[in-house]
Design a protein around this ligand. Sequence first.
Ligand code: PEP
Ligand code: MG
Length: 547
Amino acid sequence: MIRYSGIGVSPGVAQGPVFRIRRTVVSAPVAASPRQVFAALDAVADDLERRAAAATMDVAREVLEAQSMIARDPALVEAIGARLTDDVEYPDVRESIREAFAGFRAALEALGGYFAERVQDLDEIADRTIDHLAGIEHHATRLTQPSVIVADDLTPADTAALDLDHALALVVAKGGPTSHTAIVARGLGIPAVVGCTGVDGVEDGVLLLVDGREGVALVEATEAERTSRSAREDALRARAAAVTGPGRLADGTPVTLLANAGKVEAVVAAAAAGAEGIGLFRTELLFLERQTEPTVDEQVAMYQAVFAAMAGRRVVVRTIDAGSDKPVPFIPAEAEENPALGVRGWRLNRIDNDVVNRQLQALAIAATSSAADVWVMAPMIATADEARDFAGRARALGIRHVGVMVETPAAALMADKVLGEVDFGSLGTNDLTQYVMAADRLDARLADLTTSWHPAVLRAIQTSARHAQALARPLGVCGEAAADPKLAAVLVGLGVSSLSMSPPALAEVRGFLAQIDRATCVRAAEVAVNAGSEVEAKLAVSDILGE
Ligand code: PEP
Ligand code: MG
């Protein structure tokens, strides 16, 4: 049995014959006039629009629409025009087309993270323009039987051209956790593994077993392997479905289960998934697509809609976490050597106080007229002074519950001082992990380092939890770690009182916690913190939790 390991981005177990998607690269010169190049770009944009209109999944449609807009961008046409200046047929236009895209490519790459992953979209538009000129057509791929799709990477147009009704699982050699493959697979609810090096070498038709929870693809797996993985998956899902209501341990200890959201629609979905509230509302997502800052009135309306969807429940709103991989168009950004360590989150106040002040004003107004229990917190706090500054400004406007994200090692180590300034804390384990481990959270190559299972990260959490308990401040977790049931048990054992996660993860965490008691969580936390590595921590915890 050959085993390929990657990052599991959509849980589930599926087995089927491999169907490989291969990309053709035009290797012969492509002669064309500038007019023909522009017409080809237009045709590609038309095609993307058609695919967007036909797309059955919202995420695929959004990505295709975004791509077609890029293909119609006048700046791109201008860049091509600057390279093909004469109205003649050029013997080979491939290089000119790629060069025209290069500036945009470099700009996205420099932004890093999510944006760097979108470079793929640009490459695809360039490739398709060249293909069009070379007369290569892209037909929809019909799968003749249920298959496991394997590729080097999947672009949105690849995915849109696939008949996904027959896709059992997606496995790609490249791609990170925020790649299209991950987004599409989660939308379809099929298992997916990304960053699975070498898997694109597996031949068509070979039987591949995919476990999207563990992040592995197994060639020629035994029947016993398949049934045990499927049984475990089924058991997890059945247990999840069986428990409803507020989060509780087996001994009745409450663990508040909240949802992360960034749009009103997600808040509605969270309510439907039984979330006891919103533990992290990422406001920057409301701003990312805006060329100008929404006015206070506009913001009030946005927040009111969020609060209305969670009437009677807690909504923890985070002030704008712009910068790094989340550049907001109306906030001027300087080039930074290390954006993740730069002016992001609360540090925005160093260059502009007004954006946050207006946001706090809008939040205070919306909270007054709402039936939700509104809590407001600031991201990327590193010092007690920053926490005091935030708390002072928010309280002066009448915001009643003020808190901070604990996501820098400084805030975690100094939680006695930092949390002393506010009413609550929320551990952002995504950033805390990347900063404790000094490993970019979006770099798939460092996935083994960017796990919150690492005892170094757990020790930072333990320190903050002890300080929070001594100060009697509620401390929750709103990073991805909260969505891993076993890790959730460890976090509870370390002393956190609420867990906030993406809505689909709620049922499973609720079901898992319902069958263990507090003493077991504390024992799991102890062994995890004292383990020598993340692998040891996981094994030791699994021993205690019996899975
Ligand atoms: C985190 O860092 O864990 C977090 C929840 O915030 P974000 O993922 O938005 O940075
Ligand atoms: Mg964060």
